[in-house]
Design a protein around this ligand. Structure first.
Ligand code: HEM
Length: 176
């Protein structure tokens, strides 16, 4: 895309981008809170509630937030002088977000469904009777890794380190 966004359109896309991408980060914080609650509780009903809530949040939000983050990021990259592969910080964000989107849509969703199905099979009874195995750890580890990744992407976004890629000599007009 060689055309640039107007200042108003650029600001509007930045609003969308920041809301959905930081919303994605906040979703991981919520999943981590619920996963940690399920890991540490002795109460089977608390654990069931936590896993059901994780399933609902995941099903409703993972796909729209991850795809909108990617879409708004690509629009801002191509519609501004930043470019998609012109600066290391943007290219790094792009590849990290692409990997995070794939991991969220496939791996994280699958781990959440494991938890939801495990409690659905045991609507009553103790935690031990559910034979949860690694599910209790996965539902903490996966959101923790995702949270650390998104926090580093926020740092990249604000500090914009490493400068331009050597292959591109265009002037940095309009970059902040
Ligand atoms: C979890 C993923 C992401 C997070 C948390 C995130 C976060 C942010 C934040 C907080 C800003 C505002 C920074 C500022 O104005 O100083 C920003 C700007 C920006 N982001 Fe992202 N972002 C993500 C993914 C992406 C992706 C995948 C791309 C590109 C493909 C991208 C491209 C950009 C660009 C080009 C800007 C600068 C916009 C401008 O100044 O006009 N972002 N991002």
């Amino acid at each position: 895309m060689s055309r640039r966004l107007s200042p108003r359109a650029r600001k509007s896309w930045i609003v969308v981008h920041v809301v959905v991408s930081v919303g994605w980060l906040a979703l991981m914080l919520c999943l981590l809170t619920l996963g940690a609650t399920a890991l540490t509780t002795d109460d089977a009903d608390t654990l069931r509630t936590a896993y059901r809530a994780m399933g609902m949040l995941g099903d409703a939000l993972i796909v729209p937030l991850s795809l909108l983050t990617l879409l708004s990021g690509v629009v801002l990259s191509l519609g501004t002088p930043w470019g998609l592969f012109r600066h290391y910080w943007v290219a790094t964000k792009f590849w990290l977000t692409l990997a995070a989107t794939a991991a969220s849509v496939f791996a994280l969703t699958a781990r959440l469904h494991d938890a939801v199905h495990a409690v659905a099979r045991h609507p009553t009874g103790s935690i031990a009777a559910m034979h949860l195995g690694v599910i209790r750890y996965n539902t903490v580890i996966v959101p923790s890794v995702a949270l650390l990744l998104y926090l580093s992407i926020v740092v990249l976004s604000v500090f914009k380190p490493w400068g331009r890629r050597a292959t591109d000599d265009r002037v940095r007009v309009g970059c902040r």
